[in-house]
Design a protein around this ligand. Structure first.
Ligand SMILES: CC(=O)N[C@H]1[C@@H](OP(=O)(O)OP(=O)(O)OC[C@H]2O[C@@H](n3ccc(=O)[nH]c3=O)[C@H](O)[C@@H]2O)O[C@H](CO)[C@@H](O)[C@@H]1O
Ligand SMILES: C=C(OP(=O)(O)O)C(=O)O
Length: 420
């Protein structure tokens, strides 16, 4: 439970954790090698702990100390991913491609995770079927088999991040060439491709949406440093936009934050990128006014990330104008927007669009986190509320933030946490 005393401007510097959405597929792809793969800058979040548990259940050795993860899949012995773990995490579906490729069979269930939309996995299954897999869907239990996956040409109906990742991992060791069209172009896809290349895979085109994979006989263990988490960076920038103040973020390449930074500038934030280019850059932000209204449509990269929709919407709830947010990726990602009513926010929903009329200060609220980013959004709203807000969380935030309370406190927020 978080107790947040609002109206304290944020000041300070923070280095963001490694990216959840980059690490999880790299953990899955480690199944394709024998020997020790080392991944550094790994966030200590529950999704990573859960993925480690699944890999151990499958017979892999997994060590996780500080931010270093070592995975050795030489002893892979299982092909069943337990229903209990699958139900807790969307990314469990990322094991389908690599496990099918390495072991020739997988038994699993439809994945769980945050309730932000229906989130089917039909594209994952279709691309694997196109590569020769036989997949039986037995009322939620999936049994997939393939003697040897074969290269194919496949067009995704939508640039799905997870389906692109599954296809890449399946294609790396398949026989022949796989051509994937209308692929997702998220930075985590680019990172997965370079990770796979460092293992010996032959992949090209990942920044274009058309990816070609020439299957190789064998992949080898590798070392990798995970990129900084762009969604965590965006969350902390949003927190400072709502609370006001001046902060500096390091550990993430500003190039992957183009749309969120554009939105913050439109709100009236002063943004300064300094130091080196790339992940060593420093992102400075000053916010000395109430955020002006913005119009944001979420979309696949390089569009505005849906994972930052709720937190940016919370900023505008305490803004000075009218904003419009159109959610084009998930059909049910406005639960947090509705819960902002507890803070006196003026939000109205019209199908896929939320209209927000900013008011400041917000009133202190009592609310429960609906999902991972929705939980962050409630904390952001509480920073702009005139008094003590109480936010309870049943574990959503730990899925993606190592310690959001610690990080916001580091920036000067008045947040106490207790276990209740
Ligand atoms: C672990 C991870 O990386 N999670 C991210 C990943 O999720 P994830 O990989 O699950 O997201 P997708 O890109 O696959 O989903 C995008 C849209 O496509 C739909 N869809 C997807 C697959 C499919 O087989 N059929 C289908 O209809 C989904 O319901 C959703 O509406 O990308 C999302 C979109 O940027 C982010 O919000 C998540 O944080
Ligand atoms: C939706 C998210 O994650 P996942 O795909 O892991 O549920 C997220 O990170 O906001």
């Amino acid at each position: 439970m978080f107790k947040v005393q609002g109206l304290k401007p944020l000041h300070g510097k923070i280095k963001v954790q490694g990216a959840k959405n980059a690490v999880l597929p790299m953990m899955a792809v480690s199944l394709l090698t024998e020997g020790r793969t080392e991944i550094r800058n790994v966030p200590r979040i529950s999704d990573v702990f859960l993925m480690a548990e699944i890999l151990r259940d499958l017979g892999c050795q997994v060590m996780f100390q500080d931010d270093v993860l070592e995975i050795d899949a030489s002893g892979l012995s299982g092909t069943v991913i337990s229903e209990k773990t699958v139900g807790k995490m969307r990314s469990s579906s990322l094991l389908l491609g690599p496990l099918l490729s390495r072991a020739g069979e997988v038994t699993t269930w439809y994945p769980g995770g945050c309730v932000i939309g229906k989130r089917p996995i039909d594209f994952h299954l279709d691309v694997l079927r196109a590569m020769g897999a036989e997949i039986l869907d037995d009322g939620g239990m999936l049994i997939a088999k393939a003697k040897k996956l074969c290269g194919t040409t496949f067009r995704f109906p939508y640039p799905s991040v997870g389906a692109t990742e599954n296809a890449l991992m399946a294609a790396a060791l398949a026989s022949g060439t796989t051509k994937l069209l209308n692929c997702a172009r998220e930075p985590e896809i680019v990172e997965l491709c370079s990770f796979l290349r460092s293992m010996g895979a032959k992949i090209s085109g990942e920044r274009t949406g058309t990816i070609t994979v020439d299957g190789v006989e064998k992949l080898f263990p590798t070392d990798h440093v995970t990129a900084g988490d762009r969604i965590c960076a965006g969350t902390y920038l949003a927190a400072a936009a709502a609370a006001g103040g001046e902060i500096e973020i390091t550990g993430v390449d500003p190039v992957v934050l183009v749309e969120p930074l554009k939105a913050l500038r439109k709100m009236g934030a002063g943004i300064r990128i300094s130091g080196a280019t790339g992940p060593k850059a420093r992102i400075g932000m000053v916010m000395e006014r109430r955020p002006a209204g913005v119009e944001i449509d979420t979309g696949p990269y390089p569009g505005f990330p849906t994972d930052l929709q709720s937190v940016f919407l919370a900023v505008e709830a305490a803004g000075s104008g009218e904003s419009r947010f159109k959610e084009t990726v998930y059909e049910a990602r406005f639960e947090a927007a509705m819960r902002l009513a507890a803070f006196g926010a003026d939000v109205s929903l019209h199908k896929d669009t939320a209209i927000i009329r900013g008011r400041y200060p917000l009133v202190p609220g009592i609310a429960e986190t609906p999902d991972l980013r929705g939980g962050a959004a409630l904390l952001v709203a509480a920073l702009a509320a005139d008094g003590l807000s109480v936010i309870s969380d049943s574990g959503h935030l730990k899925r993606g933030y190592e310690d959001i309370g610690r990080d916001l406190r580091k920036l000067g927020a008045d947040i106490e946490e207790d276990e209740l």
